[in-house]
Structure formats: C-alpha cells, structure tokens
Design a protein around this ligand. Structure first.
Ligand code: AMP
Ligand code: MG
Length: 441
C-alpha cells in the first residue's frame, strides 16, 4: 500500500464547473421503482407518461351559455332552446337541428352538430327562445375545446427525466395513474472528518465543535433528490478515515467534509489516493471553498480486493465487508469538501448538486445560477471567484441582491441570514446596479 498523496490540480471556477458537468453527462440512469402518486412528488419520472385517452376526451364547453351553430348566432335571429346539458351529462338528443340551441354548462360535452358556445352573458333569453345580444357574434369553435386538441391518446405528456411537482401530479391524475415509475434515489454517503467534532446530541467541550456539516449535507442531498446516508464521524487518523471511506464508497456518491486542506492532519486526499482514486481537481480558485476535491474510485473487482484489504487493515467492520461484497461494479464519485461550514455548502451547490441531480435522472444542468441586480458597490479581488452569502429580494423586474456581512467561511450565523450566494468574478470592482450572477440554494 503506497501513501501517494494526490497530485495538486487546481482549476479556475468555470473550468471546475465544466469538469463536473462533463462527468454528470456520463452518469448512468438509476433503476426505477413504483411509488404511489403523491409519494412521487419531488422524485424524477423514470418512464414516459402517456395520455390514456384523448384530452379533452370530448368537445368541451368552456363557458356557461348556449351550444349553437356559430353561423346562426347573430342579432335578430332567434333560436329555440330544446334542452340542457350539464357537466357530467351527455346530450342524447342527436345532432342539433338548424334553428335550435341547447343550454350548456362549463365542462359539458357539446352536442353533435354544435360548433360554438355563446356565453350566457352575450345572450338574450326569452322563454324558450334565445338570441344574440346586440353586436354579439360567434366564430366557429369559440368556447369549445375540441376533443384531443390538448393531447391525443398515447401521446407522451411527460418524458422520463421530468421532476414531479404538483403540475405533473395533476397530469398523471388526469391520466388515471395511481402510481408512477420513478428513479430510485441515489444513496449519498456523508462522512464528516475532524478530531474536534462531536455529534449534535452530545455536549461539546469548550474546544469541540458540533458536526453541523453532516446535517447540512444530508439536508442538501435530500433537497437535491438523493437519499442521505450519514456515517459516523471520522477522527483524523488514517485508520478511521480509511474505514469510513471504505464504508462510504459502497454508496452511489461519497461526500467527505473536512481534512482536505494542507494541514498535518488533513488525511482525506492521502487515503483516497490509497484507494486508487482518480482526481479531477484538488482545488478551485474560489472563495470560500478553495480546497474542494473531486474524483472517483473504481469499484471494480480488483479495486474491491484492495478496498477490502485496506478496510481489514483499518478495522473489522462486518457491515462494510458485507456491503463491499455487493458492489463489484463501476465508479463511485466522491467529493472532499472543505470543513468550514459555509465552504461546505457553497461547494455542494456548485459542484455536488449538478452531478447528484444527474444521478437522480434529471439530466445535465448547471448549478442554479440566475441574474440579479447588485444593490451595493463591491470591491473586486484578484485571482479567484468569490461565492459569498447574500440576500436576494424579488420584484417584477429582476431580483436584487446584497451581500450579507460575514466573518468568513465558518460563519454559519451570517449564512443563516442569506438566501443565496453572490458570484463575484475574478478581479472586477462592481457597482450598485450591475447585473451579477447569483447562485440559488
Ligand atoms: P478542515 O477543513 O478540516 O480544516 O476544517 C476547517 C474548519 O471547519 C475547522 O474550523 C473545523 O472545526 C470546521 N469543521 C470541520 N468539519 C466540520 C463539521 N463537520 N461541522 C462543523 N464544522 C466543521
Ligand atoms: Mg479538520
């Protein structure tokens, strides 16, 4: 076993994004499972949803009024009202004869022979006779949605890969789907590293820090569509870091926090290298988040042997051995995220989220960048892209963004006052009123 540290490979911000998107394009589609309709909310459709019948299924009146022949609806001409059809009813009286009208309600099927519905507000009713109000005319087709005009039976309404929200659930319900096929949520292992860390239900000593990153990462993973698998904290020893990585690499994606800086006890990269990791970058010229690491470990049989060996050296964890034996396949991507809590979150949104979303089956899409008007002057900083906690307010034109004052990348309190990150390009002084990129979270 060699302790080859990863070679340093620092990229610019945009380059690093490109690298992640390149890999996102190559991730395999997850397996599908069936869930009940409402349980599909927030999931990703795994099978095209097709219309089970024409939509609308009949020529539908969109107004309350009178079903008529449009050409007969003009001032001075009187039509005889021969009946009524309500929503949920079907007109059994055959094709509408010339000179006749049928009273009709919104949502009802128009009788055969009818080509338009005159709005009740535009009609003058006199006993069983109706005529157009002064100046009112009708075009053929007015206030009628023809059968199949929204969708033909068997037409694809939602393609696989569509995220399911209320609009999609409505459509599926309209097609009679009580269940939907959705992609399995990728399992994301989360490992927090650090000698100073304690779990949130423990009382920290003065010099200890609660493992907030484990929770932040779990929440971001679940929001993005993954299933979070929080592993035990790894202390900064080779043995502990090895054991946790071996355990985590059996998941679909492995996230580590902390231990990626240049310190003596920052062991994450070294251990990943032992596992034969391929590194795509070991740092990004950005602030916060500079030490972020991205790579993958091959879970092939060979590497699995190696993993098992490393693991058994580290400790005898039966559950991990068991999981390892199940996964003699493919690559596991990993990120080594900086431990500072704001850095962890920023780098998650920039780099982890896009590939995780791709693993969820939604295809390749960048981080959630939008444009906003800067609300204040900001001095530029050369050599890196800054991604700073900021507050976005919305209006009809374009959102406005202001930075949140902060004490640096450990400042969770400031981050809690923010609702986005302002992306400040390398080197530029910015002025109030400039349009800048904002990263939504
Ligand atoms: P590191 O990246 O390991 O050098 O850690 C940088 C800073 O982030 C240190 O002040 C750590 O105490 C803090 N930190 C590391 N991991 C966590 C975590 N899981 N939760 C909260 N803070 C952390
Ligand atoms: Mg540390």
């Amino acid at each position: 076993m060699t302790n080859t540290a990863a070679e340093t490979h620092i990229l610019g911000f945009a380059e690093a994004l490109d690298v992640v998107l390149g890999h996102s394009a190559g991730v395999r589609a997850p397996d599908a499972e069936r869930v009940t309709l409402l349980a599909a909310r927030g999931r990703v459709l795994a099978k095209d949803l097709a219309a089970d019948r024409d939509q609308p299924p009949f020529n539908r009146a969109t107004r309350d009024g009178f079903a008529v022949r449009a050409a007969e609806w003009s001032a001075g001409k009187t039509l005889r009202v021969i009946g009524q059809v309500r929503a949920g009813e079907f007109w059994g009286g055959g094709a509408l004869a010339s000179g006749c009208a049928v009273e009709i309600m919104t949502g009802a099927a128009v009788p055969p022979g009818v080509d338009a519905v005159a709005m009740i507000e535009h009609a003058e009713l006199n006993g069983d006779e109706v005529s157009a109000a002064a100046g009112r005319q009708l075009r053929a087709g007015e206030n009628v949605v023809p059968r199949g005009s929204e969708a033909r039976q068997s037409a694809v309404l939602l393609a696989a890969g569509t995220e399911i929200g209320a609009a999609e659930i409505a459509l599926a319900a309209a097609c009679g789907s009580t269940e939907l096929a959705v992609y399995r949520r990728p399992v994301v292992a989360i490992v927090a590293t650090g000698d100073e860390l304690v779990e949130v239900d423990q009382t920290p000593e003065m010099h200890q820090i609660r493992n907030s990153n484990g929770y932040a990462l779990a929440a971001m993973v679940e929001t993005a569509g993954g299933a979070a698998r929080r592993l035990a904290i790894a202390v900064d020893t080779l043995g502990d870091v090895r054991a946790r990585i071996a355990e985590g690499m059996t998941s679909d994606l492995l996230l580590l926090s902390g231990g990626v800086s240049a310190g003596k006890y920052d062991l994450v990269e070294e251990v990943l290298a032992e596992f034969g990791a391929e590194f795509f970058f070991t740092g990004v010229r950005m602030q916060p988040g500079k030490p972020v690491v991205f790579g993958r470990i091959r879970n092939s049989e060979n590497k699995q042997e190696r993993t098992t060996e490393i693991l058994s050296v580290a400790q005898n964890d039966e559950r991990s051995q068991d999981e390892l034996s199940r996964v003699a396949y493919r690559w596991t991507y990993f990120f080594g995220l900086p431990g500072n809590p704001v850095s962890t979150q920023v780098t998650f949104h920039c780099f982890v989220e896009p590939i995780l979303r791709a693993m969820c089956g939604v295809g390749v899409d960048g981080p959630k960048f939008v444009q906003a008007t800067l609300g204040e002057d900001v001095r530029g900083k050369t050599g890196l892209t800054r991604v700073l906690p900021a507050r976005l307010t919305f209006d009809l034109v374009r959102p406005k963004v202001r930075l949140v004052g902060w004490q640096g990348s450990g400042d969770l309190a400031a981050n809690g006052q923010a609702n986005c990150y302002a992306v400040l390009p390398d080197g530029h002084d910015l002025r109030a009123g400039d349009v800048i990129t904002v990263l939504l979270r």
